[in-house]
Design a protein around this ligand. Structure first.
Ligand SMILES: NC(=O)c1ccc[n+]([C@@H]2O[C@H](COP(=O)([O-])OP(=O)(O)OC[C@H]3O[C@@H](n4cnc5c(N)ncnc54)[C@H](O)[C@@H]3O)[C@@H](O)[C@H]2O)c1
Length: 446
């Protein structure tokens, strides 16, 4: 079966979710483009958008239509070529409308699993629950006569566990998109010893067509991205716990968030990132990873406590940030959740005091946005900045040196424990998947 044939009948499981909707968009566009090739004229391309949520699917179709229009508007030159035999399509608008129609025509919103029984390729993006994933994958594999390939988006479950649990005979690999899949360029590719050359080659070819950057990760719980992020998050929580011996929880969270964002020149503070991913999701990912890590305890009582109090974060359907550990106004943190009063404490009430405690940023400091997009000059800017920071002994400088040392340690551990093949893969994941301006395995701090 060649590339085009494999993509003639595809299912996305969990299509209405955060990840599923993006995977659906990318795949719908790729399948429609294939269907428009002259050699595929007359062939049917069918993409099942499968989800248990009727409401989610209704919203999904609107989202998809809007997004496909944006895709079409960006490639009118290419579309003119694809539709060159269509004399009736004259204006750009005609071509865009036709393309939106053709892409939407490929997609079938469905709520029943049986629709996947005829697919050759299945993207799995349902909630992070091993038993549910096993049950669904196994049911499809048993009833689908084509021995389909499964590309799972699991964030933390080792692929061999899913393979064994659902009895998939090596027909599954980890194709770990980052959020949002349509925008983020990184895909972590997790293969197992049971995979055939064909499934791996197809995964690489598909990623290339989507213009994704592939980083191979070995089949160890959490892979590279969450392997770093979860441990980084636990470091920040431990630091907060230490600081709360002489300040409030809200002040400590504010300070570590500032250290991890401003002092370390990252795109967002660690507590904002936890909220972005979701306090609940982070907690679940740790829970899934933990049993596979006998030498570590990847767990946080604080996250459990916050989760029990209903502090969840995550995003609203329009993509804006929900309140979590931090409260947001126009996307910016304005308050910190107080577990004692169960209310949010305004940052403006203690910001000045905390900033004074941390001390000033080095004079060479520039915001992440400026540093990250300085292209050729980036390395020099970072070397100058961290050189200055290394010689400072304010609380902010000490906390950030400790933070960076731990981040380097985590990065190196991911290589030594066989999750990543080399330092560069760890750094690429953090640079492309988390938009860090520099890799965790760095030598900036002396
Ligand atoms: N959110 C992220 O940042 C992120 C990043 C990378 C990978 N992932 C992984 O992607 C997967 C999905 O995560 P998400 O954040 O998109 O979750 P989500 O909660 O946004 O979406 C999950 C979807 O699955 C649907 N669903 C639940 N049970 C189902 C069933 N039995 N059959 C079909 N659909 C069902 C839900 O209705 C929902 O639409 C998880 O494995 C997660 O670990 C998430």
């Amino acid at each position: 079966m060649n590339y085009d044939e494999r993509l003639q009948n595809v299912t996305v499981l969990g299509a209405a979710g955060k990840m599923g909707s993006g995977i659906l968009l990318l795949t719908a566009v790729e399948m429609a483009d294939l269907s428009l090739k002259p050699e595929n004229k007359g062939k049917t391309f069918c993409l099942n958008a499968m989800d248990v949520s009727h409401e989610g699917l209704a919203g999904l179709m609107k989202y998809l239509k809007d997004q496909v229009r944006k895709v079409a508007e960006k490639k009118t030159v290419l579309l003119r070529k694809l539709y060159e035999d269509r004399a009736d399509l004259i204006e750009n608008e005609d071509i865009i409308n036709e393309y939106v129609f053709d892409v939407m025509n490929v997609v079938r919103p469905v709520t029943t699993i049986e629709s996947a029984y005829d697919s050759h390729l299945i993207f799995e993006a349902i909630i992070e629950n091993l038993d549910l994933k096993n049950k669904i994958l196994s049911q499809i594999y048993t009833n689908n006569p084509h021995k389909p390939w499964f590309f799972t988006n699991t964030s933390s479950i080792p692929i061999n566990i899913l393979d064994e649990g659902a009895g998939l005979e090596g027909n599954i690999l980890g194709f770990h998109f980052y959020n949002p899949p349509a925008v983020q360029r990184l895909v972590e590719l997790i293969t197992t010893v049971k995979n055939s050359i064909e499934i791996v080659d197809f995964a690489k070819a598909y990623a290339k067509k989507l213009r994704k950057v592939i980083v191979p990760s070995n089949d160890k719980a959490g892979f590279i991205g969450n392997g770093h992020f979860m441990r980084d998050a636990l470091h920040s929580i431990r630091e907060v716990e230490m600081l709360t011996t002489d300040m409030s929880f809200a002040e400590a969270v504010y300070m570590i968030n500032k250290v991890s964002q401003d002092f370390l020149v990252r795109p967002m503070g660690i507590f904002q990132l936890i909220d972005y991913v979701g306090v609940d999701v982070v907690k679940f990912i740790m829970q899934v990873m933990n049993p596979h890590l006998p030498d570590e305890d990847l767990h946080s009582d604080l996250l459990d406590k916050l989760f029990d109090m209903g502090v969840k974060g995550g995003q609203k359907s329009d993509g804006s940030q929900k309140d979590g550990i931090l409260k947001y106004e126009r996307g910016r943190p304005v308050a910190v959740f107080n577990p004692e009063t169960k209310e949010y404490d305004a940052i403006s009430d203690f910001q000045e005091k905390c900033d004074e405690k941390l001390g000033a940023l080095p004079a060479a400091w520039k915001p992440w946005k400026v540093v990250n997009f300085s292209r050729g000059a980036k390395d020099g800017i970072l070397a100058g900045y961290f050189g200055e920071l290394s010689n400072m002994s304010t609380l902010g400088a000490e906390l950030s040196k400790k933070y960076n040392t731990r981040s380097i340690e985590i990065g190196k551990y991911l290589v030594s424990s066989g999750v990543a093949n080399n330092n560069e893969d760890v750094n690429t994941v953090m640079l492309t998947g988390f938009y860090h301006a520099y890799g965790p395995i760095n030598e900036y701090l002396k």
